[in-house]
Design a protein around this ligand. Sequence first.
Ligand SMILES: [Zn+2]
Length: 158
Amino acid sequence: MTGKTHFIGGIAACQAADIFLFNNDGSFGFYAAGFIGALIPDICHTHSKIGRRLPVLSKVIGSIFGHRTFTHSLLFLLLTNLLFLYFFPEQEAIRIGFLIGMISHYVLDAMTVRGIRLFYPASLRFRIAKLRTGGKIEGFFLVCLTLFICWLYLRYQM
Ligand SMILES: [Zn+2]
């Protein structure tokens, strides 16, 4: 999926979690972490939104692991969680927001033809649909996600 879809998907996932799991208690940090978490798995791709911001790191990670492998895996999710627990043990909202953003990214990329290597280093590709990245259906899906965010806001957060 494109960065735009990941951004909106991360916000939608954080908003839904905020409403249904955390009783509308989500802070700005929670949502900001979700936004960054939704983009960080594509650090392996130099042309992604996050890859363009951190080109050297992106190039190194991309050349070592390739695209949609390690950074799109449960292993990366677990390591990220452990790093947050170790370095920022008091920042639970940020850690949870970041993980929700990452999971939304995994789900969206798993909906594409290429899928993701969720169980990296195993070579098995995980896929739940066969959408084309940047295609019309993704555009339609992006509109639906945006409408979902608006509906959640109007229904539960006003
Ligand atoms: Zn991705």
